[in-house]
Design a binder for this molecule. Structure first.
Ligand SMILES: [Cu+2]
Length: 304
């Protein structure tokens, strides 16, 4: 009996760590890069993190919510023709909700939970974005804007959204539904499994023939265009380049002395001062020349 119990105890002790390291936790190891951008060396990334700045139009945080979103191939199994999906396709929150998203990627590839259309003054590129190579978990927080609006949430890895990893997040009443949300709205491009394989092959072959002919036509057209064009001026050093280089060489030591110890803004300010001075001098020169010519004309007039 004691033997049996100790074997049982050993089994529990040794299996516990295996269960615990099911997926990697990234929340504690993220480095803050500023502007709500956090990342770690293991491929975890949070963008648009905002736990304390209220969006314009929010007087206070209306609610504090926490959700866990799972992502993976297995959640797409119930959607015919889809390959990836989140476990939830529609989220609803009150305006001005402080929302923490725990994103659990269950696939051994990279997935994202990317939200679009947020105010750009608060969220870079209008995005809040969690990204991780799985199996792993990553978390981030944002404060939702006021008003009724439907936001797109998707995975932006090539073809993952088209293959089903797409959802909508409604703030307040939302402002309609987005297309092609698995199980929620109809696909914009409906999959068609009725066409037979021989038909598909015939179409593909016809398209390949057209594609093979196109570059030849394009090449011929390009050749005829080059023939009609006048020969272009060649050579690396044009007259203007040489003049510019010479002026630069003469001016460089003077400028180096002048700008020594100045900050970038001071240098720019000095250059603008010089430009203003130069424009002023040229204007004065022009007006005095004009005066000279006009006065000369006036003197000439009585003679004729
Ligand atoms: Cu993905």
């Amino acid at each position: 009996m004691v033997k049996f119990l100790s074997v049982g105890l050993l089994a529990v002790v040794f299996s516990a760590p295996v269960v615990a390291v099911d997926y990697m936790e990234h929340d504690g190891i993220l480095m803050n890069h500023g502007d709500g951008h956090l990342m770690d060396m293991a491929g975890g990334m949070v963008m648009g993190q905002n736990a304390d700045v209220l969006p314009g139009g929010c007087d206070s945080i209306s609610e504090t919510k926490e959700i866990t979103v799972h992502a993976g191939h297995k959640y797409a199994e119930k959607f015919p023709g889809r390959m990836f999906a989140f476990d939830t396709q529609e989220f609803r929150f009150k305006p001005c909700t402080k929302l923490t998203v725990h994103f659990v990627n269950e696939d051994k590839i990279r997935h994202q939970w990317m939200m679009h259309g947020l105010p750009k003054y608060l969220y870079p590129k209008g995005m809040f974005h969690l990204e991780i190579s799985g199996p792993a978990k990553i978390s981030g927080t944002l404060i939702l804007p006021p008003g009724d609006k439907t936001y797109l949430v998707h995975c932006d890895i090539a073809q993952h959204m088209e293959k089903g990893m797409k959802a909508q997040l409604k703030v307040g009443e939302g402002d309609g539904d987005l297309p092609s949300i698995p199980g929620v709205t109809a696909n914009v491009v409906v999959d068609d499994y009725k066409v037979s394989l021989p038909e598909l092959i015939a179409t593909a072959e016809a398209e390949a023939k057209i594609a093979a002919q196109t570059p030849v036509v394009a090449l011929a057209a390009a050749k005829s265009v080059t023939k009609t064009l006048p020969p272009q001026q060649e050579g690396f050093f044009t007259g203007m380049t040489v003049i510019g280089l010479a002026l630069g060489l003469v001016a460089a030591p003077f400028l180096a002395r002048k700008f020594k110890g100045m900050s970038a803004s001071e240098i720019i300010a000095t250059i603008f001062e010089w430009l203003a001075l130069a424009i002023d001098r040229v204007t004065k020169l022009c007006s005095s020349l004009l005066k000279l010519i006009l006065s000369g004309k006036n003197k000439m007039l009585p003679k004729s």
